[in-house]
Structures are given as C-alpha cells and as structure tokens.
Design a protein around this ligand. Structure first.
Ligand SMILES: *[C@@H]1O[C@H](CO)[C@@H](O)[C@H](O)[C@H]1NC(C)=O
Ligand SMILES: *[C@@H]1O[C@H](CO)[C@@H](O)[C@H](O)[C@H]1NC(C)=O
Ligand SMILES: *[C@@H]1O[C@H](CO)[C@@H](O)[C@H](O)[C@H]1NC(C)=O
Ligand SMILES: *[C@@H]1O[C@H](CO)[C@@H](O)[C@H](O)[C@H]1NC(C)=O
Ligand SMILES: *[C@@H]1O[C@H](CO)[C@@H](O)[C@H](O)[C@H]1NC(C)=O
Length: 225
C-alpha cells in the first residue's frame, strides 16, 4: 500500500524531471513486431525467460561493440525507450542520476540489469526511504545505477553458460553471475526474472531486487552523503 503510493509519487516526480522538450515523456510502446522472430522460452527457476535462438551480431566485433549499429538487427528500440516504457522507476532514477546523455550513446553497448518497480518499492521500504529522498540523493542514485550496467553485451545464454564476475560501470565494482540466474552484488543479491530483452544498444535482464554496492549501503547507514 505504502509502496504503491510511493510509486505514484515517484511517477509524478519523474514527470517533473523530464526535460522541457518532453520527447521522453511519451515513448512509443514497445512493439512485439520489433522483437526477434525466433524466441524460445526457457525456464530459469520459476521464471520464464525469453532467449532468442541465434543472437548473432550484425557486423564484426562482439555484438557490434563500439559501432553505431544495433546489436541485434531486429531490435531497433533504444534502451531509453525500453527502460522508459517498461521500468518507470529505473527510468526516473536514470533521470535523477544526471546520466541523461548516456542512453543516447548508441555506440556504447551494455548489459543492463533492470530492477522492476516492485524491486524498487522493496528497496525503499527496507531502507525506510521515500522515493523522493532517494532521487534527491544524486551521488547515491548514480552509484546504484552504474552498478547495474556492464559495458559489454552478455546475453542470457552466455550468463547461464558459466559463473562469471563482470565489471560494472561503477568503477572497481563487480557483479557475480551464477548459472542459475542469480546476480550476487556486494550488498544485495537478485535473480533474473526475464532475460534477453533486446534493445538496439543493450541487452536487458529484468531482476527482482535492487543491486547495492557496499558504498551505497555505507552511505545509507552512515547518513546521506
Ligand atoms: C502482439 O502482441 C499482442 C498481445 O500479445 C497480440 O495480440 C498481437 O497479435 C501481437 N502482434 C504481432 C504482430 O505478433
Ligand atoms: C517455485 O515457486 C514455488 C512457490 O513460490 C515454490 O514452492 C517452488 O519450490 C518453486 N520451484 C522451484 C523449482 O524453484
Ligand atoms: C560512447 O560510447 C563509446 C563506446 O563505449 C565511447 O568510446 C565514447 O566515448 C562514448 N561517447 C560519449 C560521447 O560518451
Ligand atoms: C545460484 O547460484 C549461486 C552462485 O553459484 C549460489 O550461491 C546460489 O545458492 C544458487 N541458488 C540456487 C537457488 O540454487
Ligand atoms: C548473496 O549471495 C551470496 C552467495 O550466495 C551470499 O554469500 C550473500 O550472503 C548474499 N547476500 C545477501 C545480502 O543476501
């Protein structure tokens, strides 16, 4: 109940944070027509995960890293569009982080772990914070957000093939990915609920918990920086 009203407040706040041009305010809905044709559904624990059969890069270089081509030809939606539409609280956080240009850099290909709105509600509740308090803490939001991004394209199959440590955009911080879809962070763990949500320049894996670097926990427990 509290969480729901928090999300509503957050949505309103996010609206006020949008640039005056407002071209982000009304992203086109993701169309299933733009998703890869060959999607198979696999089970990860209890969750349904869509995995394209052949996620083949268009041009040379692993998933077109560093070039201005989509990593997956059939997914022209930008990560901005996918996040704004499917992950409103994450999008509000991206707006609040000051990383407003980052989603536009098409040549930076990413793997993004995207917490759901429910995951954010849980985070707010567990820390006794309102969404407004969190969004107002720009350094904290930036740390937590960059901790969810890996500067390489890791599709779900490659994550499930072997346990691995991935460096994140938060310098010096890693995420450990288990072959069972577990994402072990420095101070919280998540599970991939939905894998391989392709956008032009990122593969997004939906997760059920906000990943916290230790520094964020220190900031939260030691008073706001
Ligand atoms: C897109 O998804 C909707 C709802 O699942 C479905 O009704 C529609 O037929 C789909 N369109 C295409 C082109 O697959
Ligand atoms: C799936 O979820 C149910 C209820 O949440 C649980 O009882 C069951 O053990 C889970 N199964 C697996 C394979 O994790
Ligand atoms: C965009 O991303 C590429 C690839 O990671 C990077 O080399 C470049 O510096 C970035 N450009 C800007 C303007 O951030
Ligand atoms: C998933 O894998 C991680 C890392 O290997 C492990 O710590 C965890 O216990 C596993 N979880 C389940 C439900 O098997
Ligand atoms: C996350 O998972 C790891 C490995 O299973 C475990 O050692 C750690 O205690 C977990 N952390 C939290 C915050 O649950």
């Amino acid at each position: 109940m509290a969480a729901t009203s928090s999300i509503l407040i957050l949505a309103i706040l996010a609206g006020s944070l949008l640039p005056s041009g407002a071209q982000f305010a009304d992203p086109p809905p993701p169309s299933n027509e733009t998703m890869p044709d060959s999607i198979t559904v696999v089970d990860v624990g209890n969750d349904t995960t869509a995995v394209p059969e052949e996620p083949v890069a268009e041009t040379e270089g692993e998933y077109n890293q560093g070039v201005e081509d989509c990593i997956y030809a059939d997914s022209p939606l930008s990560r901005r569009q996918v996040i704004a539409d499917g992950y409103p609280t994450l999008w509000a956080a991206a707006q609040a982080s000051g990383l407003t240009d980052a989603p536009e850099n098409i040549s930076q290909k990413l793997t993004l772990f995207a917490p759901t709105d429910e995951a954010f509600s849980k985070f707010f509740e567990e820390n006794g914070l309102s969404p407004e308090e969190v969004l107002a803490n720009q350094p904290l939001v930036l740390e937590v957000l960059t901790y969810h991004a890996v500067p390489a394209v890791k599709d779900f199959e490659s994550l499930a093939s072997e346990p691995q440590d991935l460096p994140t955009l938060k310098e010096g911080s890693m995420l450990t990915i288990g072959t069972n879809g577990t994402v072990v962070g420095e101070a919280s763990n998540a599970t991939i609920a939905k894998g391989n949500i392709w956008s032009c320049n990122a593969v997004i894996h939906e997760i059920d918990t906000v990943l916290l670097p230790q520094s964020a926990v220190d900031a939260l427990t030691g008073g706001a920086p």
